[in-house]
Design a protein around this ligand. Sequence first.
Ligand SMILES: Cc1cc2nc3c(=O)[nH]c(=O)nc-3n(C[C@H](O)[C@H](O)[C@H](O)COP(=O)(O)OP(=O)(O)OC[C@H]3O[C@@H](n4cnc5c(N)ncnc54)[C@H](O)[C@@H]3O)c2cc1C
Length: 398
Amino acid sequence: MTNTRQFDIVIIGAGPAGLSLARSLAGSGQQIAIVEMLNEAILANPPEDGRDIALTHTSEKLMHDLGMWQHIPEDQIGTIRDAKVINGKSNFALHFDSLGSGADYLGKIIPNHLIRQAAYKEAKELPNVTLICESEVTTVHTDTTKGTVGLADGSVLECALVVAADSRFSSTRRKMGIPAKSLDFGRVVIVCEMQHELSHNDTAFECFHYDQTLAILPMYGTKSSVVVTLPSDMADAAMAMSDDEFSADIEQRFGGQLGKMTLVSKRFPYPLVGVLAKHFAATRFALVGDAAVGMHPVTAHGFNLGLSGAKLLADQIEEAARNMKDIGADAGLQRYETAHRRVVLPLYHGTNALVKLYTDNSVPGRVLRGAALRAGNFLSPLKKRIMHQLTHIESHAK
Ligand SMILES: Cc1cc2nc3c(=O)[nH]c(=O)nc-3n(C[C@H](O)[C@H](O)[C@H](O)COP(=O)(O)OP(=O)(O)OC[C@H]3O[C@@H](n4cnc5c(N)ncnc54)[C@H](O)[C@@H]3O)c2cc1C
């Protein structure tokens, strides 16, 4: 006999986006199952993955409201006060300072594994949440009456709404027949943490060298998150270097601006693929986090969008529940889709255009980006707009 369990919502994927959505629905009265393929010990103590997540003011507030921020040790939170964008070997930099944004700082930066751990700690305490770990989803089906999720152990979960939060390579999205456009940037990003002799003065640097980029993001103390984007063959060579060779290479790429630099973590390579789902919602189904939109990390918007999208969806679900309406009805899901898409599209396409501009090594490309940097410093409305995007992402449906 099939073991069938009933829930209001089934979330597939206990990453930061799926867990944040569940936490946003604390007190909503909704019974939620979260299906995750990893085991629970890994969720409780996620290993370092090299990603240090730059967070907007909006995300900081959302994480506070969800109780996640309070789990992050103070000495693991870096502050980004200024940001400089440097083109090739030029001495000229596009400069964003926190004074110009009207805030004390542009954003904060926290290691991803601590965000994951904080989200897990908050979600696992909730009486309305059931975590089903080490579990593989075999089938997903929705119709106007219900959603049905089949698991590899033969059990079945029935619900009013299925949410996929299972990464940019979402197999649930594919099972639901929702197409996604992928953009393979043909490059690999290597992320790691480095200690350095001189202070970073809370400044983030984005250096666009020909065919390669280097971002140095200020972490707590004299440590920075280092993000190097390279063509695949060069990335293989960089991964094969000894720690000392790699440290010297980054120090030299950065022109020694932070003095001696020393690798203090493992190096983690990520192939760069951007993904945008054609729809964020379907019948009794929604996509959140990277499953909806997987961003190129250069503009650091991925998790910020994941959080704001989870809030938008949670608001729609709560409103329906408050008004005794169907939480999986099309109307609410369409409002989520419209509101989230309006925020996502300019950031997704804008980021991809920026990546194209800064990896185009033709002579016109180089001239254009030099001009764009200079213009950016002087066209203050443009700069203000970029600063607003750096510090805020909307999380309310209009
Ligand atoms: C190098 C790098 C730097 C980044 N820097 C930033 C930054 O500065 N700022 C920012 O905002 N964002 C940044 N991001 C993006 C950010 O890391 C992601 O947006 C975020 O982690 C996505 O969270 P998620 O929960 O949607 O997906 P994931 O973190 O991918 O989690 C998905 C979860 O689903 C589980 N899962 C997958 N498939 C299944 C299945 N079939 N069944 C059950 N479970 C499944 C996985 O085990 C995992 O637990 C960066 C990304 C990279 C790669």
